[in-house]
Design a protein around this ligand. Structure first.
Ligand code: ATP
Ligand code: MG
Length: 417
């Protein structure tokens, strides 16, 4: 089976948005072993969509169309497919119900135009919507349905979810390939992408020779660097086992920079370690202004181990509330005193602190990005000076994740002693 991609949307042609969907789909098809020779972009114009779809169906077994499934007048992918199939659009009452319910849950009025999303070309199968309001479509074309058109939404995460759930499996079934493709992402913090790639290079070389699993790096800014493992196997159990083995292999090479897999966040990783060790945490924040506390409370179950945070922004608050000795507050001493102070004031086992220069101007003769992170565990108090890159926003975000990572590393050490 070979499959091509048509991205629908005038804004793609005008350069207002970049067609990342086609690239993502291209990569997915490649890992699934499905040939794909063409990608087309077309504006929101019925005649032109019909025309590129006809051309695509002449040369490919399958076509994936993304975008144009929304409720507005310029969303006409459904109409175009129906025209090419030579069938009418039929409104599905069950889809109408699902859409009504989604609007009801969000407490919003539903415009009548939303009902257009319940229109399905006669003979097509619906891919039920899980995230957005638009269902996807699997549309057989030709006298015996030997060709197929898939329609998926334009919104990237809706599209990705439907591709993995319905489109790729359907394509594999058509190609007689029953194998299963699964991915797992290893989350890391603390190494540059190039250094990380060098560290695992020997493994990458070996996998290149074997062809399965495959590894991809995704630099994700504040989310760290993700290492994605993709495996192909005869069934789910085998795929999971391959993933487990490869994860072990990579973890052994990467060591402590790995803080979790898939959707595990830094705060969840920290929370898990605290919970395991039966420790509670308190935070004193200056330049992060509450961001550390905010991230920590993202973690489900944080009430078990998070006591609270004090945003001690003004120097006087640091002196009065946290017992920081008078003097420069962007300093190692201040960071230490803040961590020890908040630990005591909030009655926690562990105190963390951030103080530094977020910018845009320097402070006390210290350049923008100078940040001190403090940590107090029992009587042991330490501070770390770092220089963080970027503008005010990035410095604050980096400081937030850096202090969480500092704690994570210490807690990991503690488990080894
Ligand atoms: P909606 O129900 O939101 O209208 P839709 O299926 O009609 O979804 P579009 O209206 O085409 O999809 O696109 C919705 C949004 O999804 C766009 O504004 C854009 O942000 C994003 N998007 C659409 N197509 C692409 C693409 N090819 N690559 C990346 N992003 C895209
Ligand atoms: Mg739309």
């Amino acid at each position: 089976v070979n499959c091509e991609v048509i991205a629908v949307g005038t804004e793609l042609l005008l350069g207002q948005i970049v067609d990342t969907n086609s690239s993502w789909i291209g990569e997915r098809l490649a890992t699934a072993g499905i040939d794909s020779h063409y990608q087309t972009k077309v504006g929101d114009n019925l005649d032109r969509i019909v025309s590129v779809l006809r051309i695509a169906l002449e040369r490919s077994d399958a076509v994936i169309m993304c975008g144009g499934l929304g409720p507005t007048q310029d969303d006409i992918t459904r109409e175009a497919i129906a025209q090419v199939m030579g069938v009418p659009l039929v409104r599905h009452d069950d889809i109408v119900e699902v859409i009504r319910e989604m609007f009801g849950r969000r407490g919003r009025e539903m415009a009548d135009s939303n009902l257009r999303q319940a229109d399905v070309p006669e003979g097509a199968t619906v891919i039920p919507q899980r995230i957005g309001t638009a269902p996807g479509l699997i549309c057989p074309v030709g006298p015996n349905g030997e060709r197929v058109v898939y329609a998926v939404p334009g919104v990237p995460y809706e599209m990705e979810e439907m591709m993995d759930r319905a489109v790729v499996p359907d394509l594999q079934e058509r190609s007689g390939d029953r194998s299963v493709i699964l991915s797992r992402t290893i989350r890391t913090w603390g190494l540059a992408e190039s250094t990380l790639a060098e560290t695992v290079q020997p493994r990458l070389d070996e996998l290149d020779r074997r062809g399965n699993p495959t590894i991809a790096f995704l630099a994700s800014g504040m989310e760290g660097i993700k290492v994605r493992i993709t495996v192909k196997a005869a069934d789910e159990a085998n795929a999971q086992q391959l993933l487990d083995e490869e994860e072990d292999e990579l973890r052994a090479m990467l060591g402590d920079i790995v803080f979790g897999t898939d959707s595990v966040s830094m705060e969840q990783a920290v929370g898990r370690l605290l919970a395991d060790q039966g420790l509670t945490l308190a935070v004193a924040e200056s330049l992060t202004g509450g961001m550390v506390g905010s991230r920590l409370t993202n973690a489900v179950g944080s009430s078990e181990w998070f006591r609270g945070a004090i945003v001690a922004y003004d120097s006087q608050v640091k002196f009065d509330l946290l017992d920081v000795p008078e003097g420069p507050v962007v300093s190692e001493d201040a960071a230490r005193a803040m961590a020890a102070g908040v630990r005591k004031v909030l009655g926690a086992d562990v105190g963390l602190s951030t103080t530094g220069v977020a910018g845009p101007t320097e402070q006390d003769g210290m350049p923008v990005g100078t940040v001190f992170l403090g940590m107090a565990i029992g009587d042991h108090v330490e501070a770390l000076e770092t220089r963080l890159p970027g503008d005010r926003d990035r410095v604050r975000q980096f400081a937030t994740i850096s202090v969480l990572n500092l704690l994570r590393l210490r807690l990991l050490e503690a488990t080894r002693n």
